[in-house]
Design a protein around this ligand. Sequence first.
Ligand code: MG
Length: 459
Amino acid sequence: MTTRTTTSTTKKAPQKVAALALVAAGSSQRMGGLGKKEYLPLNGGSVLSEAAIVFLKTKLFSTVAVVHPPKGLAAAKKAFYQNPLVQDLAQGVNVIFVSGGATRQESVCKALTAIKKAADKNGSQAKKSPRGKSLQAQKAAAAPRAVLIHDGARPFLSQSLVKKTVAATLKYGAAVPALQPVETQKEMDSGSRIARHLTRSSLAAVQTPQGFLFPEILDCHKKAAQKASQDKNAAAAFTDDTEIWDKYSGKKTRVIPGEPQNIKITYPKDLGATPPAAASSGHKDNFVQDQKSAAALPARPTFRIGLGTDLHRLVAGRKLILGGVVLPFDKGEDGHSDGDALLHAITDALLGAAALGDIGSYFPPEDKKWKDADSAKLLRAAWNDVRAAGWRLENLDCVVKLQAPKFLPHRQSVRERIAKILGVEIERVFVKAKTGERVGLVGQSLVVETEAVCLLSKN
Ligand code: MG
């Protein structure tokens, strides 16, 4: 394997011969609002941390440069270290975060420059105190022989592919994994017409990591950047580093067999389609979980918040009913129905979240049918419609504004009653009470006021 050196053939820990540029500077516009794809959750970490783990486990890397969008340092750090395993595996590895550029080419160039700078800094420190450092540490501090440039959105590659890419890079100068296209390939003209019939066997769909000898690719990128600064159109010309290598080093890139599971996450469905072949990556246990967590992603639910409020006058000769529970008091809620201000606020919150209407339109006060009606029945009827529209209740939180009687002794029974009416667990329902500090309508026991917010979800 690649770790064998010319001076020693005994089997020992792999040498850190390479640096890694992990590129995650894009905006993930094709992920349909799911968020930045490299930062999406995967296997207890993120897509980015999963990709990092594969490389770090090979122990071939002295430096990892994570390229993030400008101003996105905190989010990048969080995503990179999201799986605690990364912290452990990165011990003794120089991890640097690099603010990306306007194009992929610019981002990679900045990463390579940062790797060089870090190596120069470590190298000069090692020279200053050679006795303070082990031979191994000094070697690790030297500039890497090779660099792998990898898309942060490709977490499913195997350690074996990483090792093979490093080996081929050291042997041939540049190496890239690729798959032969399955579909017959054509070249189109600007009018969407087939212009050329390509020979499938000579085509390669390239993946990453793309490996290059370090000083040489840095030199190529510098030249490309210089050219780009002179010619504005040149910056858009390179979306791939093998092209830069080809053009500026004049050397060829060796193609090695890629992996079908080494997909670049581009659309939401990509996270739901972890191919079974991924299990051969040596990351086997993790992929069982990956498939579960990834499968949950495209089915991410839609959420809706609902808000409801109510107010009823407190008058003698009526029962004080809140949340379907009668509270002993010398006054009660005035109203067309039983006046349960808490259930009314909840009904409005649920109907509003589902955009189905409100309590007034559902149960018009002028309709005699609802006179002295049990508000629990009204709520149940409204909730049935909300549920029929596919909504689930995530939670419901309420406030009762009441000077007297004390609400707290009744809280548990009110929560239980509401949960029972809605047919949900009590943990999803909470009610708090506030007094009116003896001022205002609430404080003088002239009214009871209620507020309710709910969160509904739907797949
Ligand atoms: Mg009401």
